[in-house]
Ligand binder design. Sequence first.
Ligand SMILES: Cc1cc2nc3c(=O)[nH]c(=O)nc-3n(C[C@H](O)[C@H](O)[C@H](O)COP(=O)(O)OP(=O)(O)OC[C@H]3O[C@@H](n4cnc5c(N)ncnc54)[C@H](O)[C@@H]3O)c2cc1C
Length: 408
Amino acid sequence: MSAPGERGLVPERDWDVLVIGAGPGGSATAGLLAQGGHSVLVLEREHFPRFHIGESLLPAGLGVLARLGVEPCPETFVPKRGARFVCEATGRSQAFSFDEALDGCSRSAWHVERARFDTLLRDRARAHGATVVHGVNVDAAAAEADGVWVEAAGRRYRGRFLVDASGQSRLCARLGGTAEPYHRFGSSAVFTHYEGLSDEAMAELGPDFDIRIVVRSDGWGWVIPLTGKRLSVGLVSAGRATQTMLEEGLLAGPLVSGLTRGARRLDTHVVANYSYRNARPVAPRFAAVGDAACFLDPVFSSGVTLALRAAESVADCVGPALDQGREGDPELLLAHGESMERAYLTFAALIDRFYNTQIAQTLFLGNVEGMPGRPGVMSVLAGDVWRSDNPFQEMLLGAKRRPARAKP
Ligand SMILES: Cc1cc2nc3c(=O)[nH]c(=O)nc-3n(C[C@H](O)[C@H](O)[C@H](O)COP(=O)(O)OP(=O)(O)OC[C@H]3O[C@@H](n4cnc5c(N)ncnc54)[C@H](O)[C@@H]3O)c2cc1C
């Protein structure tokens, strides 16, 4: 007999919304739309809990979690004060706290183990009434004039609106040939977890539990404290990241070797990490959210937060439109698309500078305590990129050099 959540039990019906993927983008969109009384079917190819990278959240996503009723329990959430940039070659380091950001943004954030976090978000989506089915790989999808459909293993599901939240699989961008690469960012990552951190290591990481961003000549590294005395450590390279590069570089350096003394190293993963954008993230009856819309090099930990904010923005447009029968309106998501584009461009411009200018040494590792523009920098680092009063963000957006994208 099939267990709840298996494909055999998906009711035969037309849905208001079909969602591909139950990562943060998919589960948040589904939960918010279901909260508004809409029927939502989420099809997810993996069974949860499953490993996923992307463990450090920004303050700007916390409001979405609150709307979904997510309780930041200590089994899953480590409080994060901000980010500390570190250069082991020069011994320089500088911490940025979210407390320093411009007024109006949340001042704290979290690190999460994604296997638990994604399961929790999935459970919130279900609690609000969404149907989430695992073990279903969607192979085809389309938004047509009078409705939408997806196909998985020969079965067709129908609805009124389609959300692609398939992450880096970017199903609809691949089907439509609309993915455009960003150049000159990181292109691959290698990472691992440690468990059984010593009390000394925990004391060194806390009480602030900042993410450590290690600026290196072969790329950059992250050090993220997780619950249960675990540590996530990874390296992103502009070339091909290898296990040897991780082991002989970041893991052997004083920061990680000190923190992990006596701890047990778990599996190592290598992933391609090419940044891209979907040139058609919205269309009539369709929206891509999260990495299915745009994936940016993770140096500023923006991915989950942007996925959550896109989910919220889509749900807030599509929910009322479904009530009024306007979900096919070609203009429905134009403002949403522009607002997300502003966020993506802001982070892309900052990432471009991180890789291709001296900004890491001057701004993130230089002595800029008390610098007048620092709150604006901090607001961008907090993901608070939908405001119009931040000169640092305007500088990023206004700058002429935008060489990163393949096509203008
Ligand atoms: C090395 C690295 C480090 C990162 N670090 C951070 C970080 O510190 N902080 C941060 O915020 N972000 C980070 N990110 C980015 C973050 O992982 C993503 O931005 C985030 O997971 C996006 O959420 P999502 O819901 O769009 O996609 P995902 O979380 O990838 O979810 C997509 C889901 O869709 C499912 N799916 C895919 N295709 C199909 C299909 N055809 N049918 C059915 N289901 C499908 C997948 O199984 C998956 O569960 C990092 C990324 C990388 C590569």
